[in-house]
Design a protein around this ligand. Structure first.
Ligand SMILES: *[C@@H]1O[C@H](CO)[C@@H](O)[C@H](O)[C@H]1NC(C)=O
Ligand SMILES: *[C@@H]1O[C@H](CO)[C@@H](O)[C@H](O)[C@H]1NC(C)=O
Ligand SMILES: *[C@@H]1O[C@H](CO)[C@@H](O)[C@H](O)[C@H]1NC(C)=O
Length: 313
């Protein structure tokens, strides 16, 4: 069971949209470089903890506040909850916490129902819209465009989230911010990371690691993320969400993809360039599996509220 968010209210989209543009992309702006193996030690030290924090974001706000959400919370020790936002309805939940072991401020965004999400991201009526240059001054007079539904959803909690991050940095004294999320939460995390990077002292290290990230904007947005953040996003086998919205509509991934090759949870590769055809972008309409969107990723991390304490299946 998923915490259900009516994305229909965010996008004037019909669910009957055809699925298109899912064939392997061979267009000029897709990278073709050979992926390189990622060691399990690197997975453990850089990807596992963000995945565990993203998994917590699917649990109820009350159980996150008291850090008593069952196995997802128990996997993370020495965490102090600081703030949450969203309403577990139309506005997806996020939380901010202090990770004492890593001396990091963590920001995690909840995702949404993958089946509905996939339909919406395939809708031809969805639009690219200019990145808000009031929030991101560098976007003024550029052609940076993002998914209108993602930006609208992001804006609903952006001000409160940013105030919470500034307060959290001040109260804890840490100098690292780790932003994460899965699915819709991954798209929101990309925007949140860029916002925080713009708003805090340059000495603060802002990192973004996401899971099951859809394409969030055009090539100029992908380049903006590359230069500003150096995003890391993990794609699992034949998950179709990372290949929508299609490149044919002008969407493009940034660099930083790490692809899970098979279901052993042992074989991961780093994919050079943007939209590398040897990784998720090479998936096609005939071999996709939306269950791969949920996981398991590594160390058996699977996303969704079924992982949380007190949830009836
Ligand atoms: C990764 O962490 C898991 C426990 O989460 C451990 O069992 C495994 O040995 C670690 N692997 C490496 C290569 O560090
Ligand atoms: C984390 O918690 C353990 C006990 O669960 C404690 O021994 C350790 O000192 C704590 N670390 C920090 C950084 O607070
Ligand atoms: C753009 O960002 C500003 C904050 O800088 C915010 O107040 C405003 O609502 C945003 N505009 C839109 C259309 O979301």
């Amino acid at each position: 069971m998923f915490t259900f968010i009516s994305l229909l209210s965010l996008l004037p989209a019909a669910l009957s949209a055809p699925i298109f543009g899912l064939g392997p992309s061979t267009s000029d702006d897709s990278a073709t470089g050979t992926p390189t193996p990622v060691s399990l030690a690197t997975v453990n030290s850089t990807l596992l903890r963000p995945a565990q924090f993203s998994r917590v974001a699917y649990c109820s706000s009350a159980s996150i506040t008291s850090w008593s959400c069952g196995a997802p919370c128990d996997a993370l020790k020495n965490i102090t909850f600081l703030q949450s936002g969203g309403d577990e309805g139309l506005i997806p939940l996020y939380y901010i916490a202090h990770d004492a072991d890593e001396q990091t401020l963590v920001v995690a965004h909840e995702g949404t129902d993958p089946f509905k999400f996939f339909s919406l991201l395939n809708d031809a009526e969805l639009a690219l819209t200019p990145l808000n240059s009031s929030r991101f001054p560098e976007a003024a007079n550029t052609d940076i465009q993002v998914h209108d539904g993602f930006q609208e959803t992001f804006e609903r909690t952006a001000d409160g989230l940013l105030a919470g991050v500034k307060a959290g940095l001040a109260s804890t004294g840490v100098t690292k911010v780790a932003v994460t999320g899965h699915s819709l939460g991954a798209a929101l995390a990309s925007m949140t990371g860029a916002m925080i990077k713009d708003a805090v002292d340059p000495s603060i290290d802002v990192s973004v690691v996401t899971f099951g990230l859809p394409r969030g904007g055009n090539e100029a947005w992908a380049n903006f993320l590359d230069s500003k953040l150096g995003l890391t996003f993990v794609t699992n086998q034949h998950d179709p969400i990372p290949i929508v919205p299609p490149k044919a509509l002008g969407f493009q991934h940034s660099s930083g993809e790490i692809h899970i090759v098979d279901d052993t949870q042992q074989n991961l590769v780093a994919c050079p360039g943007q939209d590398n055809v040897n990784c998720a972008t090479g998936n096609s309409v005939i071999d996709f599996d939306i269950i791969n969107h949920l996981g398991p990723y590594f160390d058996d991390v699977t996303f969704g509220s079924q992982e949380c304490a007190g949830v009836l299946l």
